[in-house]
Ligand binder design. Structure first.
Ligand code: ATP
Length: 495
């Protein structure tokens, strides 16, 4: 991860927010290349959901419309959704080290025989080597001689016996407490409780609030979907793993409204669609894992959730969540109907009945998806000057091609400029004029540009250019007139 984070900063993908002020934990800025990559993933999701949604089980395209709702909504919305009361993580504080931990991320190793101290390990502390530290503290006892529990399940009377993750004496941890993760602000001139409002912790709420508006104003009929992409904010206790868990991030969420009896069919349908989506962007089957979330771990509104997990480097050899596909029942519409006093049921003219549709929600982190694409693309190759290249799927690459005049001499540059102007109407391309050609290839490798077109002395004679392939480094000559078609075929799969 360290190498990936360094490359992202060095080449302009992702910077710590407020970098010159020392950063702000959990916030990130997307640089010139990061924003292109993020937009590519965002646009592809939008295209696959809203512009060209998939064919349903009956062979006809499903119906999905888009939405862009406000980040701040009436605070009652978050009472109805359960976030004001319940959007909490249990936390523990250490009185000695002054550190705060997520209770459900701290493992406590309790000796099987009940003798001696229990030891707590923080799964969020990236540099702790659990086995090593345990061995030292337990004087040779193995992990097998300990039972493993999560801190928020440990009986309170045991707390005086636990040695916290960053201290040497027992009994410094407080009991778990709730901590609300929503950022709040005040709307209007006075900062009073009456004016308190929240930054949305997920984008889906705006969709439920607009369900009736969309049904009344467009020609959608159940089953149909509403899709939204936008910022979400969570005051995460332990933001970590680069942009994986941040406090400001982006989500891409589809709420698919259907009849209750059709839920199993649509649930399977969306899991397959989402699998196909990630595979088509170059995340290989071997690096994805579909976790049927255990009943005990489901959110209170969900009767089934499948998490699509990716083998992020910090989780390897395990996986961590990239996307969740949840059956949310009709919990949200029921709650908003009750709290708003407005009827939100749907009238089915064909069946002549009213009902609150059920919802299947594929919910993806856009920024977490960006991280998965970068991690997957990162390829070490000692045989090239850069030592590393980003093997992005061509459709995701921030720059599709670079146009490189061999020398900055006059005769190569005008041809390069002409080609650049011609290509940029259709593709995001780079015109890079200065430095020796090897250095320029190395830079394009590191930012994952699939093709470089080099203009040299031969170009003036026979109108051919060299195309260099990022992955194979193989070079071939093609005619200048064929460059656009070449890119169309390679990037979009058409000419
Ligand atoms: P976790 O258990 O990891 O906190 P979650 O299950 O609460 O996540 P959801 O509420 O299901 O996450 O959010 C849907 C998606 O939004 C996640 O799959 C993830 O991709 C993204 N996401 C959630 N929280 C964050 C965050 N703090 N930073 C970046 N992406 C996030």
């Amino acid at each position: 991860m360290k190498d990936i984070v360094a490359l992202c900063k060095r080449r302009g993908f992702i910077f710590p927010a407020s970098d010159i002020y020392g950063g702000l934990n959990g916030f990130w800025d997307y640089g010139p290349l990061g924003v292109e990559l993020k937009n590519n993933l965002r646009d592809r999701w939008w295209r696959d959901m809203v512009i060209a949604p998939p064919l349903g089980p009956d062979g006809t395209p499903v119906n999905i419309v888009g939405l862009d709702s406000s980040i701040i909504q009436n605070p009652k919305c978050w009472e109805a959704s359960g976030h004001v009361g319940g959007f909490n993580d249990p936390m523990v504080d250490c009185r000695e080290s002054k550190k705060r931990y997520r209770a459900d991320h701290v493992f406590v190793l309790i000796p099987k025989d009940g003798e001696g101290h229990a030891f707590a390990f923080d799964q969020d502390a990236e540099d702790v080597e659990i086995e090593k530290r345990l061995k030292k503290l337990s004087r040779g006892k193995s992990v097998a001689d300990f039972n493993k529990e999560v801190l928020d399940q440990v009986p309170l009377d045991m707390f005086s016996n636990i040695i916290g993750p960053d201290v040497k004496t027992a009994g410094t941890l407080t009991e778990p407490r709730q901590f609300n993760m929503m950022f709040h602000t005040y709307v209007g001139a006075t900062a009073s409780e009456d004016n308190k409002a929240y930054l949305r912790p997920e984008t889906c709420a705006g969709i439920f609030l607009n369900f009736k508006n969309v049904v009344d104003s467009s020609r959608v009929k159940v089953p149909f979907g509403i899709a939204q992409i936008g910022k979400a904010f969570r005051n995460e206790v332990t933001p970590r793993n680069f942009i994986f868990r941040s406090r400001e991030f982006e989500q891409m969420e589809l709420e698919w409204f259907c009849a209750e009896e059709d839920v199993p069919m649509w649930f399977d349908f969306w899991v397959e669609q989402r699998r196909a989506f990630w595979l088509s962007l170059g995340l290989p089957k071997s690096e994805l894992h579909f976790l049927d979330v255990d009943k005990a771990d489901l959110a209170h509104y969900s009767s089934r959730t499948i998490d699509i997990e990716y083998r992020f480097p910090f989780a390897a050899p395990g996986f961590d969540e990239l996307e969740g596909i949840a059956h949310r029942g009709n919990y949200d519409l029921t709650q908003h109907q009750e709290f708003s006093g407005q009827k939100l049921d749907y009238f089915d003219q064909a069946e002549n009945k009213r009902f609150l549709p059920h919802v299947i929600e594929p919910s993806t982190g856009l920024t977490r998806g960006v991280l998965a694409l970068i991690c997957q693309a990162y390829t070490v190759d000692e045989n090239r000057p850069s030592g590393v290249y980003l093997d992005f799927h061509p459709s995701m690459a921030p720059k599709k091609a670079a146009i490189l005049p061999l020398t900055a001499k006059d005769k190569h540059v005008p041809t390069a400029q002409k080609l650049y102007l011609d290509l940029r109407d259709e593709f995001v391309v780079d015109l890079d004029i200065k430095q020796n050609i090897g250095k320029r290839y190395a830079r394009q490798d590191e930012i994952g540009t699939p093709y470089c077109f080099t203009i040299d002395n031969e170009t003036a004679e026979d109108h051919s250019v060299t195309v260099r392939d990022r992955n194979t480094m193989a070079q071939e000559r093609i005619h200048l007139d064929k460059v656009k078609d070449f890119l169309r075929e390679k990037i979009n799969g058409r000419s």
